[in-house]
Design a protein around this ligand. Structure first.
Ligand SMILES: [Zn+2]
Length: 110
């Protein structure tokens, strides 16, 4: 099925190769339908599966995790699982910076 009009904004769609960036790493160029108006990119199923395989090979798969907020005294803590810690190469005792980016987003920089 070929898409010619963007479902989001009604803009014209062109077919071209685009870089796929996941967690700041470029997984390569892949063919996509790209809206010339809003920039929406759509990959077909075959391409999506290929991207998933590469993401898994690079260890970029399943890094999102649910965690609960704990409390120690007046401070709160959030546990980071070992998979994410390995990806970030976190070490015990390492100093990080924590700041709210908005009311519903917390950023930790290393
Ligand atoms: Zn669009």
């Amino acid at each position: 099925m070929e898409r010619k009009i963007c479902e989001e904004c009604g803009g014209k769609i062109i077919h071209k190769k685009v870089d796929y960036i996941l967690l700041g790493q470029n997984l390569g160029k892949f063919p996509a339908d790209v809206c010339t108006k809003c920039g929406e990119q759509v990959f077909d199923e075959e391409v999506s599966e290929k991207i998933d395989v590469i993401a898994k090979q690079k260890g970029l798969w399943g890094l999102q995790a649910k965690t609960r907020v704990g409390k120690i005294g007046n401070s709160f803590n959030i546990l980071i699982n070992s998979k994410i810690a390995r990806f970030l190469e976190l070490k015990k005792g390492e100093e990080v910076t924590v700041y709210p980016e908005s009311k519903d987003k917390l950023v930790i920089t290393i």
